[in-house]
Design a binder for this molecule. Structure first.
Ligand code: NAD
Length: 498
């Protein structure tokens, strides 16, 4: 198979601190592989405590002394729109780098690049429209909310759709006047280095955006434990989230946690079955299945179960797996050999837990690279590991149900609670189910189509706190209450009775 390698790859990936590309103070590096050849194509600087210290100091200086937090919202908004323009102008380059580094299919990587631009535009608009509350107590008080940026925000992101997920945090953190230190995922550091050029060209002052590459246990850990970083916004595995919670606790930091998922897609017999099939196939196999909101448990009403499973399996077998750079590819290569091993181990576990109806290993003709054939297990019982655990690859578990109560019980029967997709044409059932399902986000008769104004986040082990729309503004700002007395201060007169 041909292996597309983008032109002009960097000869090494460096940090970006205080407006300069720099290596680690101690010269440490780590290998970065591409998921099609699994060969090291570049070395990236591996940030340590000393590098985080420099980045945080630069960000703190830019916050305490620089213009960014003091600019009018309209001024920051203009810069954010310029960032969006620059991302859009480079979407093809971004997509090819992202595809090369992550193994995501190129058409989907392009969509993610455009979404990154949209995230900046959205928050550029939101901050100029931002209003805050004022309360009047007639004749006595006027009280208002003084919203302020908080300081240096630490942003820690995962390797699935890296650039887009970085934009999801960068846009609101910067829009609200904070300065940032971004620690991207070590599997996929390539696209993040484009931020530096984009921000510089858009007019973001030095020190406002800082990037430190490196391993989670080193650079990420140092960021979480840095006393001058009051906020951590983290997206990643639930287990990592628990560790970060613990490490941030002594500092009482503000935390936003977007964690793992094992989301149900529930198909009732009265649904539009063709649409449900399209959406549930797309819902788990798009982005290579490396998608936090993947509908990776498909629950199907018994009356249509066998037919649905057969049609689902036929579609899965027909999915085009191959070179991520080929626009015809629907499922590319998984991000890294370690992750490939993990997903393949679940495929083997699945063979002992369910009825394999599609996939089950490496696709034919793809002997190297992290390729997994879209894999479908039917008749999976709720105590199976492939029903309970996040696989984060192109693997789906299908389970039948007989009643609404059983469907709900199955849907809620995991530690996760990120998304739920419900397919039915019965209005009452749809709303009752939506209100009872334990999920931060619900889609009725739809795949995952986001409205950027709505809250994004999970319940249970899928996260804590919601970002999205004005909730992101709330996370990245302090809302100080200012009280003004309009008449004499009515204070009880202590110390006057003797
Ligand atoms: P991960 O938890 O392994 O890593 C995420 C980030 O945390 C990386 O940058 C990593 O270097 C860093 N990290 C690791 N250990 C750390 C530590 N001790 N201290 C500080 N930082 C540390 O996750 P991943 O494998 O990169 O991503 C996949 C996971 O992300 C899946 O569980 C997926 O569901 C989840 N995810 C969730 C959402 C969401 O919005 N809920 C979105 C995308 C991905």
């Amino acid at each position: 198979m041909t292996h597309y390698i983008p032109e002009d790859l960097p000869d090494r990936i460096r940090h970006f601190i205080d407006g300069e590309f720099v290596d680690s103070v101690g010269g440490e590096t780590f290998d970065v592989l591409d998921p099609v050849s699994n060969e090291t194509y570049v070395q990236a600087a591996a940030g340590q405590q000393a590098d985080i210290d420099l980045a945080v100091a630069a960000a703190k200086r830019a916050f305490d002394e620089g213009p960014w937090p003091r600019m009018l919202p309209r001024q920051r908004s203009r810069v954010l729109h310029r960032i969006a323009d620059l991302i859009e102008a480079r979407d093809a380059r971004l997509a090819e780098l992202e595809t090369f580094d992550t193994g995501l299919p190129i058409t989907q990587a392009l969509g993610q690049a455009q979404r990154a631009a949209e995230n900046f535009r959205f928050f550029a608009d939101l901050i100029v429209a931002q209003r805050d509350d004022t309360y009047k107590v007639p004749g006595r008080q006027v009280n208002y909310v003084n919203r302020k940026p908080i300081g240096v925000a630490g942003l820690i992101t995962p390797w699935n759709t890296p650039f887009m997920l970085e934009s999801w945090k960068l846009a609101p953190a910067l829009a609200t006047g904070n300065t940032v230190v971004l620690k991207p995922a070590e599997f996929t550091p390539l696209s993040a280095s484009l931020w530096a050029e984009i921000f510089r060209e858009a007019g973001v002052p030095d020190g406002v955006f800082n990037l430190v590459n490196g391993l989670g246990e080193e650079a990420g850990d140092a960021l979480v434990k840095h006393p001058d970083v009051p906020l951590i916004s983290f997206t990643g595995e639930s287990r990592t989230g628990q560790i970060i919670f613990g490490n941030a606790a002594p500092f009482l930091k503000g935390l936003s946690m977007e964690l793992g998922g094992k989301s149900p897609a529930v198909v009732f017999a009265d649904a539009d079955i063709d649409s449900a099939l399209d959406a549930t196939v797309f819902g788990v196999f798009s982005l290579n299945g490396e998608r936090c909101t993947a509908g990776s448990r498909v629950l199907v009403e018994r009356a249509i179960y066998e037919d649905f499973v057969a049609r689902y399996a036929a579609r899965a077998k027909n999915i085009v797996v191959g070179d991520p750079h080929d626009p015809k590819t629907e499922v590319g290569a998984l991000v890294h050999p370690e992750h490939y091993e993990k997903v393949m181990s679940y495929v083997e576990i699945g063979k002992t837990e369910g009825r394999l109806v599609a996939g089950g290993g490496r696709p034919e003709g793809l002997d190297t690279g992290n390729y997994v054939a879209p894999t479908v297990f039917a008749d999976v019982s709720p105590d199976a590991r492939i029903f309970q655990e996040e696989i984060f690859g192109p693997v789906v578990a299908i389970t039948p149900f007989d009643t609404d109560e059983e469907a709900l019980e199955l849907a809620n029967n995991t530690r996760y609670g990120l998304a739920a997709y419900i397919w039915t044409n019965n209005l009452k059932r749809a709303h009752n189910f939506a209100q009872s399902v334990e999920a931060g986000m619900v889609w009725l008769n739809s795949n995952n189509v986001r409205d950027l104004r709505t809250p994004f986040g999970g319940v249970k082990a899928s996260g804590l706190g919601h970002e999205g729309g004005y909730r992101s503004i709330d996370f990245y700002t302090d809302q100080q209450a200012v009280h003004i007395t309009l008449n004499e201060a009515h204070s009880p007169r202590f110390g006057t009775s003797k």
